[in-house]
Design a binder for this molecule. Sequence first.
Ligand code: SAM
Ligand code: SF4
Length: 343
Amino acid sequence: MMQFEDASTPQTAPLVDPFGRHIDYLRLSVTDRCDFRCVYCMAENMHFLPKAEILTLEELDRLSTVFIDHGVRRLRLTGGEPLVRRGIMTLISSLSRHLESGALDELTLTTNGSQLSRFAADLSACGVRRINVSLDTLREDRFRAITRWGRFEQVLDGIESALAHGIKIKLNVVALKGVNDDEYDEMIRFCHERGMDITFIETMPMGEIDFDRTDMYLPLSDVRKALQGSWTLSPSHHKTGGPASYVTVEETGGRIGFITPLTHNFCESCNRVRITCTGTLFMCLGQEDAADLRKPLRQSEGNELVINAIRQAIDRKPKGHDFVIDRKNNRPSIGRHMSVTGG
Ligand code: SAM
Ligand code: SF4
């Protein structure tokens, strides 16, 4: 197993915010780059960050390890597209030592699936048991229109490859009015036939894109109502530690999740924080407040400065988010792109 120099600090007090929420889930963006340009996520011409600003693989490992040493039990790598980061398997392989030691319950990622055929075997060997794959349509022409640069076959092959290596998949589908809202039944069937869960997500007002996002916004309450016409949905108590609420489809035995940041406030149970690939800690996806961890990380070889910065930031974790789709001004309520904080 590839391993970076161990930056373990002795286990100290866990990270608890002012509302008593234990921070045990970290989402870490490993790159702001992506091989797709999904229309709701990125503009076609994006300015990516210079390399010096991005944490190195060693720094990503060190920072993750600090969080794990202070009670984080689940780590999700995201991006941009995590699997296009050069050397990503070195990082994942190194982080897998925390699964082996029992310090971490889960090491997982959110991916667009394009590189899964290449990496499924290695991911499985590193103890990755479950991943989220984002796919908004099963029609090739629509896929091209949504992702701009994506290759549909490559994603389908990637999904099959991950499943063949025993990796469980949850498909994330962004609900897009007038774009994919006529194919949810088909997508549910596709997923449940393969033993995959499916989760619908509302578009979030994050980052400037090339057109008006309010046109695509589809409340999941409408999606749920429409699905009830085709399927028998029973409430499910299934929890993944994430913000989705689940129902079971009686006809298939599979599950559907709904992530409704705009129509439902899921903040009370928020146990997570996010770090960008530049080492900026966001205590809430829907707020601008953040803390720079790169500076304390680079300032000293020991971890005291960085853990102090983390604790100060967690002390400011807000109670909830401020998302609004602002129809009047047609501006995103959060200026940064989802690909910066990784969703
Ligand atoms: N590239 C990877 C992927 O697509 O899975 C990981 C990063 S991507 C930013 C994470 C998730 O955020 C994806 O499921 C994507 O569909 C979702 N996403 C991106 N922009 C969004 C937005 N404005 N509103 C809602 N979901 C968004
Ligand atoms: Fe890339 Fe994921 Fe954003 Fe699509 S949603 S552009 S795949 S980061």
